[in-house]
Design a protein around this ligand. Structure first.
Ligand code: PGA
Length: 246
């Protein structure tokens, strides 16, 4: 089943979250043939969890610390998140990598923790513009995936991957669906190389300037198994259009 995920980033307060769902849920009522996921900020998880209880729309978190508890001021652990109905956690988003300095090694620790706690991770990978221009896209994506999955090779089916070229995020300049398809096919092939017992259950989502006008073109591609949507997910009507665009 395709996964259409919203990453709200640092947007929408708890009261705005409530208003969002009042508009959004009727627009996607009865849609059961695709997974819909909302990843709000931590402060909105409580209200979102109440609203989405028994609903078909799933809840995810944007970040977490890999330790269970302790002296980590300002951090949130998976034990804390597990008190909400969290189905997914985003790991290795490029804003975490490039603004907050998360390394591939840290991302590996987070991925390990998410798998231990049984919350399905969405691992984000993608090249920066200078890497793309140097022809390094496939190499960068491969390195990010190999290090993230180091020691976790047997678990390749237990996560989803989002291909999000850094230069496409929030710029209004998406990858072409054909370019995304090439990288998605490469990622799927790579997983079979990493794990000889891989069953091919990992979905590869595209993210980066997805909007209601271009979403269906991405979803037509053979290896695009869903979308991770930032800016265009903040408006309930626009995100509902994306959800319904195939
Ligand atoms: P965008 O962000 O849709 O605003 O480009 C996507 C993402 O960062 O996940």
């Amino acid at each position: 089943m395709k996964l259409i995920a919203a990453n709200w980033k640092m947007n929408l307060t708890p009261s705005q979250t409530k208003e969002y769902f009042e508009k959004f849920l009727p627009l996607v009522e009865g849609i059961k043939d695709r997974e819909i996921l909302i990843c709000p900020p931590f402060t909105s998880l409580c209200v979102a969890n109440e609203i989405l209880r028994d609903k078909w729309v799933k809840l995810g978190a944007q970040n977490f610390h890999y330790e269970a508890k302790g002296a980590y001021t300002g951090e949130i652990s998976l034990i804390m998140l597990k008190e909400f109905d969290i189905s997914y956690v985003i790991v290795g988003h490029s804003e975490r990598r490039w603004i907050f300095g998360e390394s591939d090694e840290l991302i590996n620790k987070k991925l390990t923790a998410a798998l231990q706690y049984g919350i399905r991770p969405i691992l984000c990978v993608g090249e920066r513009i200078e890497e793309r221009e140097a022809g390094l896209t496939f190499k960068v994506v491969e390195t990010q995936i190999r290090i993230a999955l180091s020691g976790l090779e047997a678990y390749t089916d237990s996560l989803d991957i989002a291909y999000e070229p850094v230069w496409a995020i929030g710029t209004g300049n998406p990858a072409t669906p054909e370019d995304a398809q090439l990288v998605h096919a490469f990622i799927k092939e790579l997983l079979f190389g990493i794990n000889p017992n891989h069953r091919g259950e990992t979905r590869v989502l595209y993210g980066g300037s997805v909007n209601p006008q271009n979403s269906s073109e991405f979803l037509k591609m053979k290896d695009v198994d869903g979308l991770l949507v930032g800016g265009a997910s903040l408006d309930p009507e626009s995100f509902a259009k994306i959800v319904k665009s195939f």
